[in-house]
Design a protein around this ligand. Structure first.
Ligand SMILES: Nc1ncnc2c1ncn2[C@@H]1O[C@H](COP(=O)(O)OP(=O)(O)O)[C@@H](O)[C@H]1O
Ligand SMILES: [Mg+2]
Length: 262
């Protein structure tokens, strides 16, 4: 199988051979996934020897067709799923003892905000994480206010979460993880289902965040705008990992993996 190696771009072409590098070049690893493989209980293999490394401050997009394994990979990053291989966050291996710390470090935002918002009010949803971290009431209130402010939703604290629009729910879902003061934001298809105005407003919001981010999406225009690094998955394999502009400039790579720049 041909494997193209360019200076800082690795593209694994054709039938997805085993990956040889995880994309980290220096010692500032915040998130490290090494040779992670996973099959669902029904036997369906969803991840094949996936290795990725995200450095502190890095903003990376995870792209690939439906069923590529993006959500499955993300669910391994805070221990919701456990596969074969190694996942480390901030140098901590995911295990039972480290799980509460890791769940606070990895701000995981699911694709469907209804999976994240389950309290009656916005305030209670955003306070849920800090409350379970054992923080005192004053600190919880401070964190909820700060998180709502960061997503531009301060006025929504007493609203009922399930009455909000999808765009508003997405912002509140992000606030529920910001209130835990995460080290990395992991967002699963944040612009899916949004109208153009809500999409634009979410992109502008993400643009302002100084946090490390890993974001799965089909929105290649957003990737171009926000993410200098792009990781392509297909059929459970990482098939390319490199600078976004270089990968987007390769039409045959995009076509091979069902990606299309509008
Ligand atoms: N609960 C499940 N049981 C069995 N197979 C699953 C389950 N969830 C996802 N899969 C399969 O795992 C593969 C990866 O799915 P997923 O991670 O959701 O992909 P993506 O997020 O890239 O669309 C798909 O083939 C999907 O059908
Ligand atoms: Mg998905």
């Amino acid at each position: 199988m041909p494997v193209i190696h360019q200076a800082d771009l690795q593209i694994h072409q054709t039938a997805f051979p085993k990956q040889s590098t995880d994309g980290c070049t220096d010692g500032s690893r915040l998130l490290s996934v090494e040779q992670l493989s996973f099959s669902y209980p029904d036997g369906h293999p969803a991840l094949h020897s996936v290795s990725i490394c995200i450095a502190k401050g890095e903003k990376a997009a995870l792209v690939g067709p439906n069923g590529a394994g993006k959500s499955t990979l993300m669910l391994h990053l805070n221990g919701i799923l456990t596969g074969k291989g190694q996942v480390q966050v901030g140098g901590l291996e995911i295990n039972k003892k480290n799980l509460p710390t890791i769940r606070a470090m990895v701000g995981m935002v699911f694709q469907n905000p209804d999976d994240q918002l389950f309290s009656p009010t916005v305030y209670e949803d955003v306070a849920f994480g800090p409350l379970h971290m054992g923080l005192d009431e004053k600190e919880i209130t401070r964190r909820v206010s700060a998180a709502l402010e960061q997503v531009g939703m301060s006025r929504f604290a007493s609203r009922l979460s399930h009455h909000l629009s999808t765009g508003e729910k997405k912002r509140i879902a992000i606030a529920t993880v910001l209130s835990m003061d995460p080290q990395i934001l992991v967002l699963d298809e944040p612009t899916a289902g949004l109208d153009p105005r809500a999409r634009r407003s979410l992109i502008n919001l993400l643009h302002e965040f100084p946090l490390t981010m890993l974001v799965s999406t089909h929105d290649l225009l957003m990737v171009r705008e926000l993410f200098p690094r792009m990781i392509i998955m297909d059929e459970g394999w990482v098939v390319a990992d490199g600078p976004t502009e270089a990968l987007l400039a390769d039409p045959s790579l995009l076509e091979q993996h069902g990606l299309e720049l509008p």
